[in-house]
Design a protein around this ligand. Sequence first.
Ligand code: 13P
Length: 645
Amino acid sequence: MRKLSVRDLDVQGRRVFVRVDFNVPLAEDGSISTDARIQASLGTIQFLLKRRATVILASHLGKPDGKPDPKLSLRVVADRLSEILGKEVLFAEDCIGPETRKLVSEAPPAAVILLENLRFHPGETANDPEFCKELAGLGERYVNDAFGTAHRSHASTAGMAELFERPAAGLLMEEEIRYLASVLEAPRHPHVAIIGGSKVKDKAGVIANLLPQVDKLLIGGGLMFDFLKAQGKEIGKSISTGDSIRRAQELARNPKLVLPVDVVVAPDPDSGDKARAVPVDKIPKNQMGLDIGPKTVELFQSVLDGARTVVWAGPMGMFEKQPFDKGTTEIARTVVGLTDKGSTTVVGGGDSLAALYKFGFRDRVSHASTGGGACLQFLEGRVLPGIRALGDAYRAIRTPIVAANWKMHKVPSEARKFASELVQELRGVRNREVLVFPPTAALQVVCYELTNSVVACGGQNIHWEKSGAFTGETSAKFLVDIGCSHVLIGHSERRHLFGETDELCARKVRAALEAGLVPVFCCGEKLAEREDDRTFAVLERQLSIGLEGITEKDELVIAYEPVWAIGTGRTATPAQAQEVHRWIRSWVLRSISLEAADRTRILYGGSVKPDNIDDLMDERDVDGVLVGGASLDRESFARIVRYQT
Ligand code: 13P
């Protein structure tokens, strides 16, 4: 799923209308009970402020029914946002009208304005064209960061987007799409889904859409009783929505489905002291099932063991009440453990998110979706109106790579120790692929240390033949056998110190792909070549010869490493890097395909340090970095991996 991103827009000094989802839960006294949704949009707001844009934020709050309701005013949100940002947030008493237009047009660059609740006007939910025009008139650019409202076809989420030439996704929207699309389109296997919650009706679409992609699908929560009933079992007083039994029966025919073997029952939800676990075929008539039982937890844990992708929607039991929170807590703990080992874990749906908060695990999964209904509809495979409205100006949303080239440093014993420390240091890292390229002699011990971690391993070089009389060489087959997934090809030190030609690089690229390794193809110009204005000519030659014959099916990473910036402390400026990266992407588009251009990660290398990584990674076509010197120190590499967090 590819969309234009705020990072593609020229927003410098512009008035940018941002649809955010500030529909925060309010306490009885009208205060904000959790500001997670405000926090979730900070990335986009700060991105825009850094570029001195005037940020016009718009949201709904609750369901005011098309007329003003002081209890649902966004003023409390303006105050909270101002506290968080540490700067004034101007509040517009109405989201449209002459006063608001005046406020917006007179606001200085880098001002933040929050408009009053959009739903105080009936035009918002009716997607009224006049209302769309009024809203659109406020901004020169349009960004939608409100994933939680993307399933609504309203004026601010759908209608007004059409009035802009390049409507774009905010950073949160982008992250939501990336994670949710990745579990649907390109999951790593084994892929296990965990579906809970109370009603089959709500989840049947998600189950049906996920079944073809997953290896196993675990059923817990209230909806398990429809499945048990469908099997003809007694379910006592447990919840069941009669009309869903047929649906449960159909779904349960799929052998990938794993149902609970025991449940925790009690006379009612308030009799926690009488809770006990019983096998699923022994639920007493006068009892109610309120959680999955301990044997089911064990069964689910054994199915989840080793899963590389996990998607979880819906709690396992009535987690709001003890002791019926046990099943959900245990599963949450297991999912967090898998995240720490480098699996991709995505949690969606309002209740599962509430459960993660309750257990303090909100930040310990790869992605916790901010959308309830929107997330479920996405997982059902539906195209959400708010995402569709972002147009067809497609651009890939690529997972960044942070790679370490240790060059000829760290003998195997040092490398092993370093790798094991790195695994500890990088626990819980999300949203990144981390790679290390140790010296050949250390590959085996490092790969061993990295088993089941977030860090993958690659070689610094290969020979192009599979085996034979090539004293001193190592082929792709050896790297694969050791457990490597990647290999550097055409590093400038190999080109310039060891005389590797473009033709030789091409043979190595082919050998890597044939063996199942992902080539990280390095390219870049020397200082004299840049000064002679020959950068693009050099790259054209390196890429067209080195990557000859590459097709859209081949997975490939390209690393742009200007020779003049390597080990010299002279980093390319973000703008210089972006200029070349954009050119490389257009080369991939011309020479391979649009799909490959969207997907291929282009890394920057050359004096990357903790203090320049944030700015480099702000650039649209910089999809990661290849770090030399700064990767030899654990702390500085970890800081680079965790850039912008
Ligand atoms: P430095 O980060 O030390 O400049 O090295 C870059 C590099 O060559 C990585 O492959």
